[in-house]
Design a binder for this molecule. Sequence first.
Ligand SMILES: Cc1cc2nc3c(=O)[nH]c(=O)nc-3n(C[C@H](O)[C@H](O)[C@H](O)COP(=O)(O)OP(=O)(O)OC[C@H]3O[C@@H](n4cnc5c(N)ncnc54)[C@H](O)[C@@H]3O)c2cc1C
Length: 338
Amino acid sequence: MQIESGVSLKPYNTFGLPALAQSLVRLRSDADVRAIVDHPRFGRAPKFILGGGSNVVLTRDVQALVLKIEIPGRRLFEERIDAFIVEAGAGENWHDFVAWTLAQGWPGLENLALIPGTVGAAPVQNIGAYGVELQDRFESLDAVDLMTGRTVTLTREMCHFNYRDSVFKHDLAGKSVITRVRFRLPQPWRPVLGYLELERARLESGIADPGPKQVFDWVCAIRRAKLPNPERLGNAGSFFKNPLVSEVQCRDIIGRDPGLVHYVLADGSIKLAAGWMIEACGWKGKSVGRAGVYEKQALVLVNRGGATGAEVVTLARAIQESVYGRFGIRLEPEPVMA
Ligand SMILES: Cc1cc2nc3c(=O)[nH]c(=O)nc-3n(C[C@H](O)[C@H](O)[C@H](O)COP(=O)(O)OP(=O)(O)OC[C@H]3O[C@@H](n4cnc5c(N)ncnc54)[C@H](O)[C@@H]3O)c2cc1C
């Protein structure tokens, strides 16, 4: 385990933002994490945990020790009558892991295909797409406490999952390194197709009874058509969370803006489409400096080439102001600002 100095983080964040890590260490096991906790110089130093860098906005050089999570491993942990329990190391690439589970005959993660990043970061914001959230397939995880070096196992209840949220964004933020995650993939498999674009793909294909690989292919095709590939156009996916409001608030906004796109959730609360609100404020395709709003999806902010984190933040704030001014709703960024 070697501590590197003055490492450029530009290749390690999907926005392609420039920032230097004063010190960076690649962690490949729980023992590596413990070695950092016990390290005479870095043990008590501030730390920044980095996975695939697809949900961070780097606004400046990072003074904290960057812990680059590269813990490998995938295995069938347990086979139960009603589920396969599958485990993966935190450093595994998320999409490759999803594809691998399908190839092994353990479906259940196909709606979450093609989300960039690592397995270890997936619980942090309870990733979700096309009608499935990580918490729907979560069994437990192991994490190493950065104060004590002890490995603890957290159950679903202990993770406090919520919409793009978990305990790792609050009480445990920056305090423990997730090293392994276990997923519960239910048997028999049933497709989750309620999401509008998936339903449309099913109707257009004429396939009434799709298998998991078919759903995986549809999800990948929909995502490729709609989201920019970070390798060609830097971005961090959806930049703002879809705000949750009460029925009263929603009715109030619809009174002024009848076209407001919204979804009623099972608990009666209402999710507003942040992308629609941003587009309604005229931001689609616009830029501030070298940071811009993606032409095909206003919820995605992009790096048009050479943007800095400060430019992205300036653009994000300007969008928040306009949306607040028109709808009275404060948009909350999804990526972590560092
Ligand atoms: C094109 C694109 C599309 C996307 N689509 C979606 C989508 O559909 N749904 C969705 O939910 N997200 C989406 N995202 C966001 C992103 O892919 C996810 O949030 C992903 O889980 C981030 O993984 P990462 O490894 O890149 O995390 P990073 O960006 O490296 O880190 C994110 C946060 O997690 C923390 N963290 C990382 N690893 C660990 C660990 N092992 N232990 C503890 N903390 C850790 C970091 O400190 C940071 O706070 C998209 C992003 C892009 C670029």
